[in-house]
Ligand binder design. Structure first.
Ligand code: 5RP
Length: 222
């Protein structure tokens, strides 16, 4: 099975986590796109969606799937029933690195607004320790050099994602060379640097379920 076919399988498997008559959160990226395309077949069963990026909102609307503003959604329901999204890495504790597509801030917000986070990945995303994938950090543009200096002091090498602006009008620093032994601690430490909007460690918002595509089928990790 190719990587693309594994992504397709996990995307289809995630449909089983979509609860009838609810509002769901939808992630960003190539695996999330396959989920959106699969969701189109059962979209009459849900009230609507909240998108984690403009690109996702556009794809959902292209299928005729209603996209709600998160604030409006949370005046109708206590929480979104489920958030379905991919990841760049996941560890045995279901901590994630996310933000390869630059949508980390909205992804973390929608995940936090959801009762359950179902993460859909192929087996290439499984790691023992997060950190091989450069860690994305969304930064207020004027704080670029301040944040870069603080990150260097933590042992990382920040690289500006050239020509990229987030949906929130900010920049991304991709941090290479970090050893992430304590995902929760590093997530908190980075969030405490002035100018950091969000970092790509999802430990507070780690996955509840990981659906991992393998050549022999989909493995469910709970
Ligand atoms: C986007 C993300 C994606 O979930 C992550 O980059 C994985 O993408 P893909 O499914 O294309 O491998 O965090 O910001």
């Amino acid at each position: 099975m190719t990587q693309d076919e594994m992504k397709q399988k996990v995307a289809e498997t995630a449909l089983a986590f979509v609860e009838e008559g609810t509002i769901i959160g939808v992630g960003t990226g190539s695996t999330a796109n396959k989920f959106i395309d699969a969701l189109a077949g059962i979209s009459d069963r849900i009230l609507g969606t909240v998108a984690s990026s403009e690109a996702t909102a556009e794809r959902l609307r292209g299928h005729g799937i209603p996209v709600l503003d998160l604030n409006d959604a949370l005046t109708r329901v206590d929480a979104l029933s489920v958030y379905v999204d991919g990841a760049d890495e996941f560890d045995p504790g279901k901590n994630l690195t996310k933000g390869g597509g630059g949508a980390l801030t909205r992804e973390k917000i929608v995940a936090a607004a959801s009762r359950r986070f179902v993460c859909i990945v192929d087996e290439s995303k499984r790691v023992e320790h997060l950190g091989a994938f450069p860690l994305p950090i969304e930064v207020i543009p004027m704080a670029r050099e301040l944040v870069a200096a603080r990150v260097r002091a933590m042992g990382g090498e920040p690289v500006l994602r050239e020509g990229f602006t987030t949906d929130n009008g900010n920049i991304i620093l991709d941090v290479h060379g970090l050893t992430i032994n304590d995902p929760r601690g590093l997530e908190d430490e980075l969030n405490a640097v002035p100018g950091v909007v969000c970092n790509g460690i999802f430990s507070h918002q780690r996955a509840d379920v990981v659906l991992m595509g393998t050549p022999s089928g989909v493995e469910t990790i709970e």
